[in-house]
Design a protein around this ligand. Sequence first.
Ligand code: ADP
Ligand code: MG
Length: 314
Amino acid sequence: MKKFKVAVIRGGKSAEREISLKSGMQIAAALAARGHAVTEMDLSPQLLIDLLQGNFDIVFLALHGRYGEDGTIQGMLELYDIPYTGPGVLASAICIDKAMTKRILAGTGLPVPPGTVVYQKNYDRNSKAEVEDILNQVDLPVMVKPNREGSTVGITLVEEVSVLRTALENAFKHDSSVLVERYIQGIELTVPVMGNSEPEALPIIEIVPKNRYYDYESKYAQGGSQHIIPARLSEQITKTIQELAVQAYIVLGCQVLSRIDFMYDTNTESPYILEVNTLPGMTETSLVPDAARYLGIEFGELLERIISLSLEHR
Ligand SMILES: Nc1ncnc2c1ncn2[C@@H]1O[C@H](COP(=O)(O)OP(=O)(O)O)[C@@H](O)[C@H]1O
Ligand SMILES: [Mg+2]
């Protein structure tokens, strides 16, 4: 492959800063090992000046969450005609917002967990009415989660009405809108999808968390969760879920690479799409690199494919 001048942007100010620093470090090391000229940069007021002066072939976005995965930096880079990795402004901005993503997916007939969205200003005005409203719309147990924060920050599994308020108030610490969704009992799956005009699903990853759901500890602690690739599903269900992932990717306007999170209800044998990650974790042991490795694509090669696809679609 041609050798590129790459700026890896990591850090930022979302709740996922620490993970981003780790992704960035490993991306930079792997690209440098393959002969690319790599500079690591943090999100700072100086960043744009450094980028413009550096004359980079591409910016590799190792950012997660708000101010990184949400279309803001993508918009800035578009304005200055600087190529970057991953989906564009629109898909990034939609997917950072779980409620908006679900509306679009549901509107195209794709399966999402039933639920409702609660806005802090309404809750502050009349919390009793909001709680009644929630209970009328969705049966317990429910997952309560901030709309726009990743990495399982501020999430609670609510099995009894008595703790619903605490869960809502905890989630409101992270965002002014909160999702209350039916808790889907079953298997946790995630599906990487790659490509531009003809996107394809990678093998499905089954996540077996140590704790009851894929919380912060399960995601990032050593031995916090186990990845099983390919997921232990029948050939037919595998195909169905991969197709759903590709459809979601297309409907949301994703490009290059995204990772679609699912819950598979083992009782009803129904898959549900939870959310779409437009800049999924990219350490060597993250989910997407694991799925790529199953296909024989090593970490460094995966990063080069991301760069090629990103340059191709611009
Ligand atoms: N409706 C749900 N039913 C069951 N588990 C859920 C549900 N929503 C979220 N979870 C659990 O919480 C984790 C985080 O939720 P997710 O929507 O993927 O947000 P994020 O990864 O951005 O924190 C999931 O990986 C899953 O383990
Ligand atoms: Mg997730």
